[in-house]
Structure formats: structure tokens, C-alpha cells
Design a protein around this ligand. Structure first.
Ligand code: GDP
Ligand code: MN
Length: 343
């Protein structure tokens, strides 16, 4: 006789956490695909709620279908113009000219993509629906992604118990044409705030992942970032004064519209400079695919839980991957370095 007992881990205490998804009605079927993977591999055992956001009202069809796939509550929120539109200091004619100039870059001419990246950088974490749920952690999900591995522990609980504040599973190199002045703006922000007595990146030269971002100690940005289409993090990371001030400064510069700054480099640069190394986590055991790129764990003990080919993993075999930079940045210890130099 088969007895259906809940997994042992299912008895662990639930965290204040949810899946957060920005998605369009037209992406319903890709959304159901992603949800089915997440539910089957993890959430059917843990039942965390889903939060869907959209700058257009969700259709009844979208709401009904996603509600029926979710093993827990679903919430639907509208993103209004205050979080999805042009701030008054943006010159829209100049923005249109710049989009035209970027026609050969990925999403170079897309206006909606720019609103999306700005929303994911500066607003999803303070959307009224998200605030009303009092969440401590979120897990970002997108339509049309795959989750390949059974996960029978709670990653939110893992983050909590191990004091992790930001987590990723794919690191990637950005196309430099989308962010020509991003790093200069970051450096300017760090300089200005320091001059005003606010040292926001006090970890940067001691215990940070600075070397993930730069091959020359911070002079230039190498484009490495964590992909944010999968992202598990503390919401209060984005509520810090440091991040809000950084977002405001970046937003004022106009780069979300005049260039095509992604939320991934913005989140990653902040997390890498602001957090200490140990507060960032690589979820190696979460096999995952977005577009044509995937991360698939290679460890014997993990392979059995997954349905992907470790040889197809981009980690160390693809020049777009930044996992080597991450590993080196994590292991780099400037204190040791100083000692070797001085001894
Ligand atoms: P990519 O991952 O950088 O190729 O960009 P995607 O097209 O996957 O967009 C990132 C996320 O934002 C996905 O969850 C999309 O569903 C969502 N998204 C992108 N553009 C829009 C938009 O105009 N409206 C809404 N509601 N969601 C969008
Ligand atoms: Mn995507």
C-alpha cells in the first residue's frame, strides 16, 4: 500500500515569502509552464503564495488559469503610471533618438523593455500589493523558464538560517553597449555620497564581491552580473537607504531610457558592493534554464534529482558565464594579500 506522507522538510516553519512575477497576459502559457515546474519541483511541498504584477489589468483567463496551477494563494496587482512611465526630467525625444541609435543591440529599440527594467530596479519591491503582504523574502519567476531539479528543502529558510541576503544561479556578461555610462554613474554616486558623509559601500574594498565586477580593482566594469530572471533575495535589501539613494541617482541620470540599463546589472552591482561575500549565495542545486542558457549541477548527488545535462551547463564552458569571476572574487581575501605583501 502506498502511503502519501509529506516530506520531512514540509514541517519546517514557513517564511514570510512569495514568488513575484511581472508578466503580460499574452505570456499566459509560458507562465503556466514555469509555474508547473516550480510547483512540481518545490512548491507543491511548501505552498508559498504567488504575486503577479502587470501594467495592464490581468484577464479573467490569466487569473483563472494561474490560480488553478498554484498550490497556494495567488495575488494580482496593477502597476500604475507612477511606476511605469516617464519621470518628468526625461526628454522623450532624446530617448526616442537614442533607442534608434541602439537598434542593433538586444531590445535596443524597445520602449516597454526600458520601463520593465526600471520597474524591476526601482519599484517592484515597493509596489503596494507587495508591501501589503509584509514579505521578508521573494523568489522571482518569469514565464517560459524551466526548473530541472527536485528541491526538498526550503531555500527561504536556508537564506534565513545562513544569513544570506541575495541569491542567484546564473551569472552572465552584459553587452557593454547597453550600459555605456552605468559604471561611471555608480562611481560618481559612491564619491558624492562619501563626500556627504555617507559611506554606503564600506565593504567594497574589504569583504565584497568587487572583483566579480571589475578586473582592475574598480576602475572599469567588466559586465559581470547575476541574472535576475531567477533571484531570491531579502526585500529589505532594496529598502535600504543606500539602494534607494543609488536608484534615485541612476534614475535622475536618465540611463534607463537614454541607454538601456538592465535591472540585472543594477541589482548585481549593488549587491556585490553593499553586501559582504558571505551574504550572497549561489544556488548550485537549482538547475534552471532561461532562453537558451542553463545552469545544471554536475555533482553526483545532485544529478539524480535533476533532469538536465551538466554538460549543457554554461557555468565553466561558455564565455558569457561569469562563474569563474564569482568564484575568484569569493575566494579573494585582501587581508591575506596585504599580509603577503608586508611580510
Ligand atoms: P529578458 O529576460 O531580458 O529577455 O526579458 P523578458 O522579455 O523575459 O522580460 C523580463 C520579465 O518582465 C518577464 O517576466 C516578462 O514577462 C516581463 N515583461 C517584459 N516586458 C513586459 C511588459 O511590457 N509588461 C509586463 N507586464 N511584463 C513585461
Ligand atoms: Mn526573460
Amino acid at each position: 500500500m502506498k502511503v502519501d506522507l509529506p516530506a520531512a522538510t514540509n514541517t519546517t516553519q514557513r517564511q514570510a515569502a512569495a514568488f513575484i512575477v511581472l508578466v503580460r497576459n499574452s505570456e499566459l502559457f509560458g507562465m503556466l509552464q514555469s509555474m508547473q515546474d516550480v510547483e512540481q519541483r518545490f512548491n507543491s511541498k511548501f505552498n508559498y503564495p504567488w504575486v503577479f504584477l502587470n501594467e495592464e489589468p490581468f484577464t479573467k483567463e490569466f487569473i483563472d488559469a494561474t490560480t488553478s496551477v498554484a498550490s497556494s494563494k495567488t495575488h494580482y496587482g496593477l502597476v500604475n503610471e507612477s511606476m511605469w512611465g516617464y519621470p518628468d526630467w526625461i526628454d522623450q525625444k532624446h530617448a526616442a533618438d537614442m533607442r534608434h541609435k541602439m537598434k542593433d543591440l538586444p531590445y535596443g529599440t524597445s520602449e516597454s523593455y526600458r520601463h520593465m527594467c526600471r520597474f524591476q530596479s526601482g519599484f517592484f519591491w515597493r509596489h503596494p500589493l507587495v508591501l501589503s503582504l509584509n514579505l521578508e523574502y521573494y523568489w522571482r519567476v518569469e514565464p517560459d523558464v524551466r526548473y530541472f531539479c527536485d528541491l526538498d528543502y526550503d531555500p527561504f529558510l536556508y537564506m534565513k538560517q545562513n544569513n544570506k541576503k541575495y541569491a542567484f544561479n546564473i551569472s552572465f556578461k552584459e553587452h557593454s553597449g547597453t550600459i555605456p555610462t552605468l559604471w561611471d554613474n555608480i562611481k560618481q554616486f559612491a564619491k558624492n555620497s562619501t563626500e556627504n558623509g555617507k559611506i554606503y559601500f564600506k565593504n567594497a574594498y574589504k569583504d565584497s564581491l568587487l572583483n566579480l565586477l571589475s578586473y582592475d580593482g574598480g576602475q572599469n566594469y567588466n559586465g559581470c552580473h547575476f541574472w535576475t530572471n531567477f533571484e531570491i533575495a531579502r526585500l529589505d535589501l532594496w529598502h535600504t537607504e543606500a539602494y534607494q539613494e543609488l536608484f534615485n541617482a541612476l534614475d535622475k541620470s536618465g540611463g534607463f531610457f537614454y541607454e538601456r540599463w538592465g535591472d540585472a546589472p543594477v541589482h548585481s552591482i549593488f549587491a556585490a558592493l553593499y553586501l559582504s561575500k558571505d551574504e550572497v549565495h549561489f544556488f548550485n542545486d537549482i538547475g534552471y534554464k532561461h532562453s537558451t542558457y542553463q545552469h545544471c549541477p554536475a555533482e553526483e548527488s545532485l544529478i539524480r534529482r535533476c533532469s538536465c545535462d551538466p554538460k549543457a551547463s554554461l557555468d565553466f564552458g561558455d564565455r558569457m558565464s561569469c562563474l569563474i569571476e564569482y568564484m575568484e572574487a569569493r575566494d579573494f581575501n585582501p587581508v591575506d594579500e596585504e599580509r603577503t605583501v608586508n611580510d
